[in-house]
Design a protein around this ligand. Structure first.
Ligand SMILES: Cc1ncc(COP(=O)(O)O)c(C=O)c1O
Length: 400
């Protein structure tokens, strides 16, 4: 008799974003032209200077194990970035750890912070993996629901209402995936002050920090005060800013105790990310940052086009994003109605019908805890955006 697999699997579900992508990929393999607003990854190639650095790494023999926390030159480059851009001091030896993507940094941080039954506060909507990562680490996700009218920005009162003696961590994502909303300094202060008072760690996922529009300023929550810095684990990485999703480089900045714990955990599993990717990321951080801003300019054109288009469809209510590369749109006005005789009862039905009929892929909001919404990514070509949105509008017009 075969024994069953781990009971951990009973608690967690597979990534919703990956599920829709695999369905879209299947249609592509069948020869269909799919307009994909699904995946959260830059459509740009990794800038040439970074590729050249990777080649150089291999030529120079940077192909061996590195320190578990990553190459010291990379940690120094990260430290320098935080000093130059945000006047934040992190010791490269003991307060920075590089992991295999920001997802892995978050995972390791949660493993280091949580004991069984610890509560983790997660504002909704949230990035799909947060709740599942918390459960794998033995924690209990506690959702808090900021108001749509307030652009889903968490207030002091909303946070205070869910704090219990078991609250251990809050997971913030700024700029947000899926909403694209960016917190102001004052809004962050409100949240951070509650965390200081209650002794709650702040796990701040700032992976989209360089992708900003509308002249929006970004504030790392750790920069608000030394006290706040001490309870904050900042997560960042190369994937989104430098179009390096496949290279798998993320990193965490935190106090010595936390970084030491993450180092112990990481050292017993993946050891460290690829030495070649690490070396290339040093170049990414030190290069002329127009390699990023050129992409941001392009995203901004697409963002404006998409937002304008969606705002002009009756019943579709997009949130105006200041960061990342997503538009999160409320489509609940169509729930309860029918598409080709089939009732749409939520974001999964909506996304499914759209993909099967028009070959347009979007992510159902339910994966982010917000079933009234669907998420569009504009990290895809302008031509595809124009054509895909035309088909989206056709789909909407056919809903009865
Ligand atoms: C909010 C957020 N955090 C983390 C990640 C993961 O980034 P990485 O590819 O570096 O693991 C993503 C990727 O979609 C994301 O949207």
């Amino acid at each position: 008799m075969k024994k069953s697999l781990s009971n951990k699997l009973d608690k967690i579900s597979p990534s919703m974003t990956l599920a829709i992508t695999s369905k879209a990929n299947k249609l592509k393999r069948e020869g269909k032209k799919v307009y994909s607003f699904g995946t959260g990854e830059p459509d740009f190639d990794t800038p040439k200077v970074i590729i050249d650095a990777a080649n150089e790494a291999m030529e120079k023999g940077i192909t061996r194990y590195t320190d578990v926390k990553g190459l010291i030159d990379l940690r120094e480059a990260i430290s320098q970035k935080y000093k130059n851009e945000f006047s934040l001091d992190y010791d490269p030896e003991s307060e920075i750890i590089v992991s295999s993507g920001a997802k892995h940094s978050l995972f390791t941080a949660l493993q280091a912070l949580l004991s069984d039954g610890d509560e983790v506060i997660i504002p909704v909507p949230y990035w799909v993996s947060y709740s599942e990562m918390v459960k794998v680490a033995g924690g209990k996700p506690v959702f808090v629901y900021p108001k749509k009218e307030n652009n889903f920005i968490l207030t002091k009162e909303e946070l205070e209402a869910v704090v219990t003696p078991k609250s251990k961590v809050i997971m913030l994502n700024n700029p947000s995936n899926p909403t694209g909303v960016v917190y102001t300094k004052e809004q962050l202060k409100e949240v951070a002050n509650v965390c200081v008072k209650e002794g709650i760690y702040i796990l701040s996922d700032e992976i989209y920090e360089m992708l900003l529009y509308n002249d929006k300023q970004f504030t790392p929550i750790a920069s608000l005060s030394d006290e706040i810095k001490d309870i904050t684990i900042t997560i960042n990485g190369a994937s989104k800013s430098y179009a390096m999703t496949g290279w798998r480089i993320g990193y965490a900045l935190a106090n010595k105790e936390i970084v030491k714990a993450m180092n112990t955990i990481q050292g017993q599993c993946v050891s460290h990310p690829s030495s070649i990717s690490q070396y290339a990321t040093i170049k990414a951080l030190k290069a002329d940052q127009n390699i990023v801003y050129d992409m941001v300019k392009e995203y901004d054109k697409r963002r404006k086009y998409m937002l304008d288009f969606l705002m002009n469809i009756d019943g579709v209510e997009p949130i105006n994003p200041d960061g990342a590369f997503y538009v999160f749109a409320d489509v609940s006005a169509f729930y309860g109605k029918e598409y080709k005789g089939k009732q749409i009862n939520g974001s999964i039905d909506f996304a499914d019908a759209l993909l099967s009929s028009k070959y347009v892929a979007v992510i159902p909001g339910i994966g982010f805890g917000a079933d009234d919404f669907i998420r569009f990514s504009y990290a895809t070509s302008m031509d595809d955006i124009k054509e895909g949105l035309k088909l989206f509008k056709e789909f909407i017009n056919e809903i009865k």
